[in-house]
Write a protein that binds this ligand. Structure first.
Ligand SMILES: Cc1ncc(COP(=O)(O)O)c(C=O)c1O
Length: 439
């Protein structure tokens, strides 16, 4: 195909037998080492709480010093069934539309997943480990709803029940995605809910509270603690989640080799950091090992611009302070954040790994205004030129890439940019209608 279509080829497909057999763990390559999580000065042990409520294998992976971790055969088979490897595309029509002569644009297709996003990469692994550990129910939080759907799907395939606490401001408008979760058999609650102590306390203070990811995390953890056989699964932020997502970047490295190109810049949207980390970390590893040069740009929302203007300090991962303290760029675990349509990006802190890379000058970051007009315009441009309807979150990566491409072009610099299309937007039409004022 490569020879036949030559330079006109847009889709770069990795053969199934080239799909990675191991996840990449960046921890042993970080220097200085990642600051470990710690207990707060007061209250019960948060580490013991996590040991009671989370999957043991995932907690073990959290501090693994192995650079390569074998993907269990069963998980690999599930990845293939879910359509991996996923293609890398050269955005030739978008390049033309932008008048680019020096800049080449590529995008990785994580939207081509059964539930519509990259989140299945860790959902399948977590459901597999939970089932092996004899658990019967997975509980979780979700913001955009993509993670909740991915875990509902993975739970169903593993024969487990699933309970989702969904940030209320999104639960209320994404009715079709809610139906999809229920089709997979999940129980779905708007968060704050009446199911947990934290939910009830919050509703007592404000019956119309719009919710936040940090609050939904607290509810998911409390549910797991209170229910026999239940275990809590997190869809982003933690080290093991980013490691499961590394299949994205590992595939992309091989796909760039197939076309004899190499990215100078990798761009992803960033909420907790899982899709950005998934694409970027295998490349970051090679940068840290001095095997390649590449820049990395995380695109955030001004509703929670953690890497742009947050503080690098220890903070909790949830509102109710159930988690240990983690060293992260944070705007404060109890801060109020404006709801946005790309709500999967609205989280008070960035993953410890991505935070450390930002602190070390490897990753840069930018934030887009909360009116989201410019990011939805970028998504529309992408749709008009490449044809794909992408998730509101992914629009941030497209906006960041377009800005960087035009900047390089103006400066007369030749460059290859690779962005991550973390999800599709089929169930987000309402957001497009509202942000782009379509009647
Ligand atoms: C499609 C999509 N992209 C990106 C994100 C942001 O999360 P993360 O930073 O963990 O990739 C989300 C979160 O829900 C999402 O649904």
């Amino acid at each position: 195909m490569a020879q036949v279509m030559g330079e006109f080829r847009s889709q770069i497909s990795l053969p199934e037998n080239e799909f990675p057999r191991r996840w990449y763990n960046v921890l042993p390559d970080l220097s200085p080492p990642l600051p470990p999580p710690k207990e707060p000065e007061a209250g019960p042990s948060r580490m013991e709480f996590l040991a009671k409520t989370m999957i043991h294998e995932c907690l073990r992976q959290e501090s693994s010093s192995e650079r390569w971790v074998s993907i269990p055969y069963e998980v690999r088979e599930l990845y293939l069934q879910a359509g991996r490897p996923r293609p890398l595309y050269r955005a030739r029509r978008l390049e033309k539309r932008l008048g680019l002569k020096l800049v080449r644009l590529y995008y990785k297709r994580e939207d081509l997943s059964p539930t519509g996003s990259h989140k299945v990469n860790t959902a399948l692994a977590q459901a597999y480990y939970a089932q092996k550990e004899g658990k019967t129910t997975l509980s979780t939080e979700t913001g955009a709803g993509q993670w909740g759907t991915a875990l509902s799907y993975a739970a169903k395939l593993a024969g487990l029940d699933c309970v989702v606490f969904w940030v209320r401001s999104v639960y209320d408008w994404k009715t079709d995605r809610r139906t999809l979760m229920k089709l997979y058999g999940a129980k779905v609650f708007p968060s704050p809910s009446t199911e947990t102590r934290t939910g009830r306390d919050t509703l007592a203070k404000d019956p119309h509270h719009q919710g936040s990811l940090g609050l939904a995390v607290s509810e998911g953890l409390e549910y797991a603690e209170a229910h026999e056989g239940a275990v809590y699964c997190l869809g982003s932020v933690l080290n093991h989640v980013l490691m499961h997502q590394s299949v994205i970047g590992l595939e992309a490295i091989k796909q760039f080799e197939m076309v004899g190109d190499s990215p100078d810049l990798i761009v992803g949207c960033l909420g907790g950091g899982s899709n950005f980390g998934g694409l970027a970390l295998p490349f970051v590893g090679e940068v840290l090992q001095k095997k390649r040069e590449c820049d990395f740009l995380a695109v955030q929302t001004a509703a929670s611009p953690t890497l742009v203007s947050g503080q690098y300090r220890y903070d909790f991962g949830d509102v109710a302070e159930h988690t240990p303290l983690m060293m992260m760029y944070t705007i404060g675990h109890q801060s109020e954040m404006t709801p946005i349509k790309a709500d999967g990006l609205r989280y008070h802190a960035a993953s410890p790994i991505i935070s450390a890379l930002r602190h070390g000058g490897i990753v840069r970051a930018t934030a887009c205004p909360t009116d989201e007009r410019a990011v939805f315009e970028a998504a529309k441009l992408f749709l008009e030129s490449e044809g794909w309807l992408i998730a509101p979150e992914s629009s941030y990566a497209v906006k960041g890439s377009i800005d960087e491409a035009l900047k390089a072009e103006r400066a007369g610099k030749e460059k290859a940019i690779c962005m991550n299309i973390s999800g599709h937007g089929f169930l987000d039409i309402e957001a497009y209608r509202e942000r782009l004022s379509i009647n």
